[in-house]
Write a protein that binds this ligand. Structure first.
Ligand code: KIV
Length: 254
């Protein structure tokens, strides 16, 4: 683990596509074998996302995820990650004040995260984390932790007002010291405009091809959560079908 006071050399992997020549690759992981497989395959960034709540723990949305759950899974992923930047997500309710945000960010770093992320442009919270020397990744666009108050998952940036707010938030997060930004579920042209407007790399999910990198929930790449597949994700395996086949073959072999 690198202490927050010494610059973490792994963060050099986070750079704008134009400078690196190829898009930044990012995927989620929630356990040791997955993190290790992604790391050994050469992924740039592994996010222990609070999507954990839905694709691993079976909750309806991410709002039931606790700090203890995030610490447990981030620690497991840290044991499997050597090269990739490992990012721990701050869950719902864990960053309501700058003090809480910093204390919980430190806990994620202490179990092995290289950087932390939370949803939204809460600038005092970001400043507290950054002032403590902890690398911070912002997250704007559709924010899953707000699903209950918004009454569903809605793509952002459809009106000029929304697009302007997204751009303002991205600039504010950059100015507060974020090292990268996740852009989730927004109109592609807006994501491209944000990417062009800021110097830190953008990592898109359902935000079109104009970002500096792309992130997917690992289950959407591997086809291992067949009950829901976002339209923007292209599965490159069908682990659900393969699991069912192997289990049926095992049952039949007994
Ligand atoms: O929790 C998560 O997996 C995320 C990604 C969707 C970016 O925040």
């Amino acid at each position: 683990m690198v202490s927050p006071s010494t610059p973490n050399p792994k963060l050099a992997r986070l750079a704008k596509r134009t400078r690196r020549g190829k898009p930044l690759s990012a995927l989620t992981a929630y356990d040791y074998p997955t993190a290790r497989l992604l790391d050994e395959a050469g992924i740039d960034l592994i996010l222990v996302g609070d999507s954990l709540g839905m694709v691993v723990l079976g909750f309806e949305d991410t709002t039931s995820v606790t700090m203890e759950m995030m610490l447990h899974h981030t620690a497991a992923c840290a044991r499997g990650t050597e090269e990739a930047v490992l990012v721990g997500d701050l869950p719902f309710g864990s960053y309501e004040t700058p003090e809480a945000a910093l204390a919980n960010a430190r806990r994620l770093i202490d179990v092995g995260a290289d950087a932390v992320k939370f949803e939204g442009a809460l600038i005092p919270q970001v400043e507290a984390i950054v002032a403590a020397g902890i690398p911070f990744i912002g997250h704007v666009g559709m924010l899953p932790q707000h699903v209950r108050e918004e009454g569903g998952y809605r793509k952002k940036g459809k009106t000029p007002e929304q697009a302007a707010t997204l751009l303002d938030d991205a600039r504010a997060l950059e100015n507060a010291g974020a090292v990268a930004l996740v852009l989730e579920s927004m109109v592609a042209d807006v994501a491209t405009a944000i990417t062009d407007a800021i110097a830190i790399p953008t990592i898109g999910i359902g935000a079109g091809p104009g970002c500096d990198g792309q992130i997917l929930v690992i289950h959407d790449l591997l086809g291992s959560f067949p009950w829901f597949r976002p339209s923007f994700a292209t599965p490159r395996a069908d682990l659900a079908a393969e699991t069912t086949r192997a289990v049926r073959e095992y049952i039949a072999s007994l």
